[in-house]
Design a protein around this ligand. Sequence first.
Ligand code: AHN
Ligand code: ZN
Length: 322
Amino acid sequence: MKKLLYLLALPLFLIGCGGSKPAEAAYVSSAPSFNEDSAYQYVADQCAFGPRTMNSAAHDSCGNYIAEKFKSFGCTIYDQYADSKLHDGTPIKMRNIIASFNPEASARIIIAGHWDSRPWADNDPDESVHNTPIDGANDGASSIGVMLEIARQLYNHRDSSKVHVGVDLICWDAEDAGVSDGQSESSWCLGSQYWSGKRHFDGYTARYGINLDMVGGNNTVFYREMYSMTYAPGIVDKVWAAAGRIGYGKYFSYDEKGGYITDDHLEVNRGGIQCVDVIGSDTNDGGFPATWHTMNDNIKNINKSTLKAVGQTMLEVIWTEQ
Ligand code: AHN
Ligand code: ZN
């Protein structure tokens, strides 16, 4: 008899609702709000030093600025200074800057990006600037700007006990002085190559990493990059799902348009830590952003909405990591 009542109750309940689906509870994120104006300011600050090309005074001053900023947000700084050589043999002095938030935590995640800028605007339609260094507002400074704002949020909310992992914000040097011939892979990503061989301290590890590259441009979309899909498909799912549930699915696209891109995440994967690349593509043609390696990669072409989409997604990932 009881069973029968239930069977009767169900259709009555459905009729009672007028046939419409019960309203789904809206997802409420526990993460704080990422401030895109703040991130933008950090991008502008870096650009104000001038191009951060290897061995330049602007590069070295900007490195100090980045380290000091992270320190002011309570991070412990590990510096990795190393000598290396560009593809043409030019000796360079590299500095990977590792800013660790909550360094005591044993469960850690990495958020990374490169802080150097390309010494040549060799993709500019104007051939006369092919040897001129670029500001790298998007290609370089945007990632670090987002990472600094993440550190500021971690610091401001350090007492809320909602973050259960330590976060290492890794600023790679010497990513962008590679040869664009499609066959000189080892000429790129010199800082992450070095770190992959020798981490900032013996025994350092992390659950996974997320590398950011060109995360502040106009007309930007993030496809699932193919090395990330190969080495770290579960982390790709985690990041793209986080973006989708907080309303940034338009930026983090599931369209199958991602290519294999040599970038700093590759070295992290090869070193045994799963790492995905969140790298901007142009919504118009799916290729690198229109300003890529041109003189137009400057602060005028930085888009706060793109910074917000990426930064908020990173906070969502951090704040939901158990
Ligand atoms: C190559 O062009 C081989 N990789 C692109 C990595 C890159 C350069 N990201 C920003 N600038
Ligand atoms: Zn570049």
